[in-house]
Design a protein around this ligand. Sequence first.
Ligand SMILES: C[S@@+](CC[C@H](N)C(=O)[O-])C[C@H]1O[C@@H](n2cnc3c(N)ncnc32)[C@H](O)[C@@H]1O
Length: 243
Amino acid sequence: MESLEMGTGFSADIFDSQHYIEINEARWDAAERVVEALSAGGELSTCYDVGCGPGWFAEKLVGLGIDVTGIEARSELVDKARKRVPGATFVQCDLDVPLLSRHLSAADFVFCFGLLYHLENPFRAIRNLYQLTRHYCLVESIMIPGDSPQYCLVQESSNVNQGMTHCALIPSLAAMTKMLYAAGFSHVYRCRLPVEHPDFVETDVVYQRRSILLAAHGRVELEFLEQLAVPQAPKYSFLKNVC
Ligand SMILES: C[S@@+](CC[C@H](N)C(=O)[O-])C[C@H]1O[C@@H](n2cnc3c(N)ncnc32)[C@H](O)[C@@H]1O
């Protein structure tokens, strides 16, 4: 297996580990169904794969006949993706900062798996995703449990599959949904297709860690999509519980 050291003591080979391949295949089984269903509307000829790593999902999307541009902050991973997926275009770009100066026009579809829980500024990143999206934005993320729109600040490991600063704000489902609506998407859905991986399953002892959401510029009617209401985000109450 080729190796790519990146000055952190860790290698990009992590993207080829059995753990990665298993979760990628499980996520792709569901994602492919969503993409094919959306393609039936004839509106998916161009796509950004944001936080694409070495291009595993980009290659799958190219296989569906889509014109794919991968966006990735780490130049070493951009190089690796270019070699692995010659049918796609890859650009180095940090999604955690404003994209205003970048000349990236909107694509029909934005695919963003495994990125938003690695960022210092997930709201900024979601505004960037909105800017890049002509019709649909399919997001997969870890989200912390709880009903309120909140975040958890996490110190990440120094591995190359993490964020650029290794300090991340992980949102709850309500926070993620609120940000997608606040960024401008008119409809946000939760994908109810089963994903055959423990991270997508809630049990008696663990909460579901990951979910797939679809944000869109308009109504989407697919039987496996559950529309999410705009969450309330009231001012924080500083009242103590006094009887
Ligand atoms: C957990 S990996 C996910 C890779 C792939 N999308 C997947 O789901 O398997 C996160 C990827 O996002 C990239 N990344 C981290 N921070 C980023 C940022 N601010 N902008 C763009 N890409 C970033 C990382 O380098 C890494 O390739």
